[in-house]
Design a protein around this ligand. Sequence first.
Ligand code: MN
Ligand code: MN
Length: 464
Amino acid sequence: MSETKAEELKEKLFLKRKNGRLCADENVLKQCEIYCEDYKAFLDSAKTEREAVKTAIALAESRGFKEFEIGKKYKPGDRVYINNRGKSAAFAVIGKQPVEKGINITAAHIDSPRLDLKPNPLYEELELALFKTHYYGGIKKYQWTALPLALHGVFALKDGSVKEVCIGEEDNEPKFVINDLLPHLAQEQNKRTLNDGIKGEELNVLVGSHPFKDDKGSELVKLNVLELFNKKYGITESDFLSAELEMVPALKACDIGIDRSMIGAYGQDDRVCAYPALTAVLDVENPEKTAIAILADKEEVGSMGNTGLESDFLRYVIHDLARMQGGDGTVAIRNSKCLSADVNAGMDPTFQSVNEKRNAAMLNYGVVLTKYTGARGKSGTSDASAEFVAEIRSMLDNAGIIWQTGELGSVDIGGGGTVAQFIANMGADVVDLGVPVLSMHAPFETTAKLDVYMCHRAMYEFMK
Ligand code: MN
Ligand code: MN
């Protein structure tokens, strides 16, 4: 051995960071490919929170999950789900130990930044019909122009029926678009800051240009558009008032890179963690402790509302499960542990200055453990305890899972938060664990396949 004393000591004492594609064996990389094919299919069938819940429940039912019934006794190994208004859902596998002993929870969100139609969206101007929108979540508005869009969502009618809408996903279906100014005439626009390059009230979606054939009258293009909606869904203009209609990119998930090592798609924040949390709980059988994967809505707008994690939905789920065994839900929560499964920012070679590279996440370095998020001196974060981080670190290493740590940007450069804080507030132990993403919140986000698969393995290891 020609190793020097220093090399020997370094090997023993230094923290080693290594590209996961260099540590993973061929079989793992093969598994990762197979897993990500299914992940891409999930992304295409679950572009909104409602579609994600529907797709997730269908998958769960195919794996033996049944809708939870209050008052019914469940035994260890039983598999149940709770559907919260079709926009968030919890999936549980009952453990051998009483629920009071604590639950292993994974929590991800299934809402993504997008453009919601306003309650009164449709208008006509210069013989073109357009939709007014109000963006949802933190977007860079200029990114949403000159891009094919699809319309997803529901009309809820006064008679109580709900009409599902999806236009623009099939190749032969029409798409929608928000137009931008041509560079030739953008002299004034180019002087705006990037944030104002496209303003909120300029995110107007082109919906039609064909006038209703009549000899006179105004707003004939709008009339024709409404007639088409009426024929398809039986709605009139006032039905937009009780609708939830979302404009999302009409793009399919695909491989990125000539080596096919990455995935590009809309809505990977946070479906890139929601799908692993879901597939992990579906794989769990006869766990020691009860396992719950919760897919939440409204994270991108602060988790407010009865389908977000600021609500008591998760608390009630835990109380219901504990009560079913004659136990106390509060005790169960206090003994529970949670992986808050959300994305972190991957380092981008072009924009390295926003990160502090010793602590930032890299693509292909595995699932990211984020001790704290927050902004301006860790403000607004749930900073996980050293003890809980040690427990998770040990779990990941023992299972041979490739992982790294991450921080959301350099100090004072910005920041953000996840649902971790809300679950921490309930009194459970929580830490963030997720996948690094490039172009987060853009209409098309990039992740690395290896990190996605490691996220699934980590979620499974935690709940099994
Ligand atoms: Mn997120
Ligand atoms: Mn986000």
